[in-house]
Design a protein around this ligand. Structure first.
Ligand code: PGA
Length: 254
């Protein structure tokens, strides 16, 4: 069965409690008639997940975490586990975002453990991959992405009920206003698909992974990415923290 496109707002560390709550309420009030053609999820900062979960209760909006740890419990100061996120009502966890790879030195091995733990916890992983500007300039884009996919997914088997979302997020396109050409984004999802075919039987690669794009998505360009075939969703950073802009994106897809 075709999955509706996912529009995932990543609020990063941009909004304080008041702004987070106002945005959640604004979305809830605007999206009660959303219908089933699109799925909207928001990823607030960790301390506000519980509050946002309560504010969007009864609405079609889903909750996502910006991060997840890889063990269910234990002495891991500052970390948050899958079961904890599940308790708060999270459906998705963003894993391997380039900001975490860069600033927190998350490796592909860490990313893999997180993907596995999310799946074990019943949370859909949104695995982010993408090349830096330098890697692209050096002609290494495809190699970088294939390696990220292989290392993050080896030994992990999704299913019809537990799919994995993969977001192509070129690092140079994030927060720069310089979105990737949609044709190139689509071609890159083909590169990702070919990496998946190295790891899985064709039908698993085809059916149990959903491709997304992220990087300077806005109201004017979102429709050029989401075609429900090669790209079935977007991660929206900057534009998702302004109510009117985020709604514009959602309605452009819905
Ligand atoms: P951006 O961020 O929309 O601000 O470019 C996207 C992301 O970080 O996923």
């Amino acid at each position: 069965m075709a999955t509706p496109p996912l529009i995932l707002g990543n609020w990063k560390m941009n909004l304080n409690r008041k702004k987070t709550g106002d945005l959640a309420v604004g979305l809830k009030n605007s999206l009660h008639d959303l219908g089933s053609g699109v799925t909207v999820a928001v990823a607030p900062s960790m301390p506000y997940l519980d509050a946002v979960g309560k504010l969007i209760e009864g609405s079609p909006i889903k909750l996502a975490a910006q991060n997840i740890f890889w063990e269910p419990r234990g002495a891991y100061t500052g970390e948050v586990s899958g079961p904890m996120l599940l308790e708060l009502g999270c459906s998705y966890a963003i894993i391997g975002h380039s900001e975490r790879r860069i600033y927190l030195h998350e490796t592909d091995q860490i990313v893999r453990k997180k993907v596995r733990h999310a799946m074990d916890s019943g949370i859909t992983p949104v695995l982010c991959v993408g090349e830096t500007f330098e890697q692209r300039q050096q002609g290494n884009k495809d190699v970088v992405i294939m390696k990220q996919i292989q290392e993050a997914l080896t030994g992990i088997v999704p299913s019809e009920k537990a799919k994995i979302m993969i977001a192509y997020e070129p690092v140079w396109a994030i927060g720069t206003g310089q979105a990737c050409d949609p044709k190139e984004a689509r071609e890159t999802t083909e590169v990702i698909r070919s990496a998946l075919v190295d790891l899985y039987q064709q039908h698993i690669a085809d059916e149990n992974f959903i491709m997304m794009y992220g990087g300077s998505v806005d109201e004017s360009n979102v429709s050029s990415y989401v075609d429900n075939e090669s790209i079935c969703g977007v991660i929206v950073g900057g534009a998702s923290s302004v109510l009117e802009k985020f709604l514009g994106i959602i309605f452009a897809v819905a």
